[in-house]
Design a binder for this molecule. Sequence first.
Ligand SMILES: Nc1ncnc2c1ncn2[C@@H]1O[C@H](COP(=O)(O)OP(=O)(O)OP(=O)(O)O)[C@@H](O)[C@H]1O
Ligand SMILES: [Mg+2]
Length: 459
Amino acid sequence: MRFPFFRPAPAVAPAAPGTHGSPVPPVDDGVLLETVGLTKAYAGADGELPVLSGIDLTVRSGEIVALLGRSGSGKSTLLRCLAGLLPPSSGTVRYRGTPLAGANPGTALVFQTFALLPWLTVRQNVELGLEARGVPPRERARAADQAIDLIGLAGFESAYPKELSGGMRQRVGFARALVVEPDVLMMDEPFSALDVLTAENLRGELMELWDSGQFPTRAVVLVTHNIEEAVLMADRIVVLGSRPYGTIRETVEVGLDRPRDRDCAAFDELVDRVYRIMTGRPKETRPPERPDPGRPDRRTLATTPLPTVSVDGLSGLAEMIAHRHGCCDLADLADGLGLDMDDVLPQVDALDLLGFAEIHGDDLLLTEDGTAFAHADVQDSRALFAAAAVEVPLVKLIANSLRGEPGATVRAGFFRDLLAHHYTSEQVDRQLETATDWGRYAGLFGYDADRQEYRLEEA
Ligand SMILES: Nc1ncnc2c1ncn2[C@@H]1O[C@H](COP(=O)(O)OP(=O)(O)OP(=O)(O)O)[C@@H](O)[C@H]1O
Ligand SMILES: [Mg+2]
């Protein structure tokens, strides 16, 4: 079936004006959303902490734009700024050429897990958005049933959320967003809470609707950290980098024919290319290839955040690469292990930071030290790890602060305050946990959790 108000096909000019909102005029240049010089900072313990910087982004009618980036790169923050739920710290967000002053009337959101009201039926949950817009009850019910039908929930109109599987609940989330016929549907990792098969099924169904012109929106913005999902769905992939703040690292035009085939060489090439962009480091923060004793280390607390990786985790990856003769293709590695970007990249970062591995294009190569570390027995491995970890800024800072008599202590708050100049409190906590794990394994220092202090252990 087909909504009477759906656009006929992904098009530059919109079809007939929506029936539930005020009529929306066509946009001459097709630009629905635009950010210019968008910057966003959150309040931290030590003032404002920048999360996004200098974001220039355009979303046009007829396109699916993916915002791809690692955890903490500011994807959700950017989405909320586009939806008008968060004001930018500086710069502008425009909807159809008009700067936003509050919630964006042309957007609707789907989140990772959808907060359905448990005491309302599926139909009543879907109607909620229309109720808020003052749509009369009879029209509300008709539109809700159409959205429910479109999204494959027909027969479940009177069911309560607790009777539905996770996938079905997420469909209600989609129906609730689509029923208001937003110009732009915004999705924040909408498939990541679903099991693999359910996610793949729902993705496929949504893309069929989009390709057939039955999708009741003019554009889609999809937040994801899954490269394959971005290549499968998007016309354009905006890769966000997070060092030190969220910036647009590169925009990739996808240009593959639809429906897309994951098993073709062009698809693989694009996945590899995006992998390369995501693993690449901006020049100014790239650590030196080899530590040069004659040159001061340019790595600082601000430019070298500790990835959240346990020693076990990075040892595991080093051993896996060693088994593959010291070299592996990152995309193949993640794929072979059934892992996501966010699962593997922090370990890759950690090996790189410690000088145990280097990234060349798509390949991860163990260095000489990394190979020795991967093959070493426990004692040797700790010594090799200590020699590498003590060059990492936060670990070095803690170790240096304790230099002196055994039994010396320094309160964790000291390091917390220093880190708070550059990171959010959540990031500070995670980095201190990692530094503690690394320092303990390396035998560089201990940590007393009750007293919240680092100490140099007695020999
Ligand atoms: N309300 C907030 N107050 C302070 N800091 C925040 C707030 N929301 C997010 N942050 C911080 O801003 C940074 C970007 O967060 P955001 O949620 O936008 O990233 P993301 O790319 O969506 O990450 P993820 O993939 O984990 O969802 C993170 O470091 C996060 O800790
Ligand atoms: Mg997010």
